[in-house]
Design a protein around this ligand. Structure first.
Ligand code: FES
Length: 154
């Protein structure tokens, strides 16, 4: 069930766009902020609130890769695997994370600390390779920097 605060925040988003449906992604983000991911039940609640069917909203949610439809760890690592990062050696970054965290794409560490996901271009190709942890963007990455970066996230 949506909380009063979530409804208030969603109402604000709806007031900024032509129809409630146009605010559906922002509404999902608001709910995801509280519980970390979007369960089937939450999807249904949000769909009802913005006047969409759960199936319609689910198709939007699964298309938008920052809406998580399964539980994720406390921190989500998004590794850019698009062309520039690929040319600049993102595979070394990915492989180091695989080894360090003992997981592959789509998995969460046993302690629930990190979930690792591939992501298309993060929009900072001139500083490739790049990755994002939660809302923090890391650019010009080297394998050597990674361990120090991960320490910041508990
Ligand atoms: S290709 Fe990686 S940031 Fe654009």
């Amino acid at each position: 069930m949506l909380t009063a605060q979530e409804k208030h925040q969603i109402d604000h988003e709806i007031s900024l766009v032509p129809t409630p449906q146009n605010a559906c992604i922002e509404a999902l983000k608001i709910v995801q902020q509280r519980q970390g991911w979007i369960s089937d039940e939450s999807l249904k609640d949000v769909a009802e609130y913005v006047g969409m069917s759960p199936a319609e909203l689910d198709s939007v949610a699964t298309f938008y890769n920052l809406i998580f439809r399964k539980p994720v760890g406390r921190h989500v690592i998004l590794v850019c695997d698009s062309i520039t990062c690929w040319v600049m050696g993102y595979e070394d970054i990915r492989d180091h994370l695989y080894n360090k965290l003992n997981i592959t794409y789509g998995q969460t560490t046993e302690d629930g600390r990190f979930t690792l996901l591939p992501n298309c271009c993060l929009g900072t190709c001139d500083c490739a390779p790049t990755l994002m942890i939660d809302n923090d963007l890391y650019r010009n990455l080297t394998v050597e920097q990674l361990d120090e970066i991960l320490i910041k996230y508990t």
